[in-house]
Design a protein around this ligand. Structure first.
Ligand SMILES: [Zn+2]
Length: 568
């Protein structure tokens, strides 16, 4: 296998040199394509190999460079830059000859949203029964959102320490047991109880219970008026700057969502929480330690939250951009395989000093570049797979997976979606030797994924940060929630010419310095060969899924199997 790869590399290099010598090279000189040949994959027709061979890393580069340019203004949801990105992607789909699939003969699937921006004069004060009130500074000490879409809400409510804020019957864990939380503000910590037992909160892998989205949703369902999440860098897997950047501007929600909402959905810094505990005559470390143990009971604190929530609220519409390649089988073509990647990022944050454009080059212009290149490759193939293939560039991922949530609830496919393959944040670091398909092992498709990875010479590796809950942090999760088997395709950490340490270091550095920051920008040194490998790997998987006789399912007993049964 190795030797084969080497020979094909050499051939490609020679071909590249010849091509350059023939004087056909474009004005901007392109590096030689070193991985232009696709591997032989068992069970694939030659048209699929054609499609895989059509994938060119330099095309992905061109897309990333444009989508991440300052002119696109960070592709903010409900901002001009986001709308331009959507139009651009629709135009690309049209140029490839793909059919519109957003409804009404358009590539655009309208997603009705409401934007909520917390005003600077919002006040947030922790008031212990004894001692001085703690007046917190917006963005420095706290961030908060009024999810109700009221422009003004006053909250004056007692605070209850609720530990993780998790009610998980399948793990026999309920922080809410016996607690009176109606109309209260719940102080809680992020993440989930620590575990080495795969049967208890999936061991080291974060479940959805560990995610802040779940914690807000659950507290609202239980009738709480507000939540204060304590930010602790190691437990959240990202720093305060990420929280601040994600919560300072407008946050967008699906409009007319009937789910209960919080008047105060907030985060505070760790030291603020420590001071609050102290003022209550308690110790935060001890409170947290106690909350990690079974049998924890919620503790009403001798303190209140007084918040004057002032919000700017505006309804608006954005779009998922969806194209379709009709399947070749008259019976199976009503079913589909779908590729997805979010095109939105954090946009422009008005009033922020310095560079305030969140370009989102890696997150997620890379995924869009891959999605577009896959779409182009499928459209250029001489033959189509049996089931239809859909390409969905979704919006509002950074707002809490809103675009894909809407798509999962309103799929444009007449019958079942067999599989969703998603791309989010695929580092342009060179040729990968590993692939991460976390979640694939939960589906009946996994044997095919394993054999295809083998054909590609890619080792399947688990998420290098299992505790970060990545499965619940990108758009495939919206499909999974709707019952559709779904996972993201990403590189591991081992790259050709480097050891694993190097890859881990790159990943760590990205999270620390660039993730959700204006510095996630395009650089010419970026190497998109790995993104191309991930695209070809995805084409192989999608094609195999689209041609196989039966629909893919979740393995029996999986948390999403019930939703699948409901959708059939
Ligand atoms: Zn992303």
């Amino acid at each position: 296998m190795r030797r084969l790869v080497f020979v094909s590399l050499l051939l490609a290099l020679v071909a590249g040199l010849l091509f350059a010598q023939a004087g056909n090279s474009p004005a901007e000189s392109r590096p030689a394509k070193t991985t232009s040949t696709a591997p032989r994959v068992a069970g694939l027709p030659s048209a699929a190999e054609q499609a895989m061979s059509a994938v060119d890393p330099e095309n992905i580069r061109a897309q990333v460079k444009f989508l991440a340019s300052d002119l696109l203004e960070g592709r903010g949801t409900g901002q001009r830059g986001g709308d331009i990105a959507a139009e651009y992607i629709a135009t690309q789909f049209a140029l490839y000859g793909l059919k519109p699939a957003g409804g009404n003969d358009s590539y655009m699937q309208k997603v009705p949203m409401v934007g909520i921006a917390t005003q600077d004069d919002t006040t947030f004060t922790l008031v212990p029964d004894k001692g001085e009130p703690m007046i917190l500074r917006n963005r420095t000490d706290f961030v908060a959102m009024d999810e109700t879409t009221n422009t003004h809400d006053e909250v004056d409510a007692p605070i209850v320490w609720i530990g993780y804020g998790i009610d998980a019957p399948e793990f026999n864990w309920n922080d809410y047991k016996g607690a009176d939380v109606k109309g209260k503000v719940l102080l809680m910590m992020v993440n989930q109880p620590p575990s080495d037992d795969p049967k208890f909160f999936n061991g080291k892998v974060m479940t959805y219970y560990g995610r802040w989205t779940y914690k807000f949703e659950e507290a609202a369902r239980k009738g709480a008026v507000g939540v204060i999440l304590i930010h602790k860098t190691d437990m959240a897997s990202y720093g305060w700057n990420v929280v601040r950047n994600s919560w300072s501007g407008e946050r967008a929600y699906l409009r007319d969502d009937p789910a209960p909402k919080l008047k105060v959905a907030s985060w505070i810094q760790l030291d603020v929480a420590q001071k609050l505990a102290q003022a209550c005559g308690m110790n935060l470390e001890q409170m947290m330690a106690a909350a990690q143990k079974r049998g924890f009971k919620a503790v009403p604190l001798p303190a209140k939250l007084k918040a004057n929530m002032l919000s700017k609220v505006r309804p608006f519409d954005v779009n998922n951009v969806i194209a379709k390649l009709p399947g070749s089988d008259p019976k199976l073509r009503d079913e589909a395989v779908i590729y997805s990647a979010h095109y939105d990022h954090l946009g422009i944050v008005p009033g922020m000093p310095g560079d305030n454009i969140y370009n989102g080059a890696q997150d997620n212009a890379t995924g869009c570049g891959i999605l577009l290149e896959i779409a182009r490759a499928f459209a250029s193939a001489s033959q189509q797979p049996k089931r239809s293939i859909y390409f969905a560039a979704v919006t509002a991922e950074e707002q809490g997976l809103r675009g894909s949530e809407f798509l999962g609830k309103h799929p444009p496919v007449p019958a079942n979606i067999s599989l969703d393959l998603n791309y989010d944040d695929v580092p342009p670091l060179g040729v990968p030797e590993e692939v991460n398909v976390a979640g694939a092992e939960r589906t009946t498709f996994y044997p095919t994924v394993e054999s295809t990875a083998k054909d590609f010479g890619l080792k399947i590796v688990p998420d290098s940060q299992p505790g970060a809950g990545h499965y619940y942090r990108s758009d495939h999760f919206s499909f999974a929630r709707a019952g559709v088997p779904a996972f993201s395709i990403d590189e591991g950490v081992k790259y050709e010419g480097h050891d694993r340490e190097w890859g881990l270091e790159q990943a760590k550095e990205f999270v620390a310095k660039h993730y959700h920051q204006p510095s996630d920008e395009y650089h010419p040194e970026m190497d998109f060969r790995g993104d191309a490998v991930m695209a070809r790997f995805g084409i192989a998987l999608g094609w195999l899924a689209a041609d196989q006789p039966t629909l893919i399912g979740w393995k029996p007993g999986d948390e999403f199997a019930k939703a699948r049964a409901g959708s059939n």
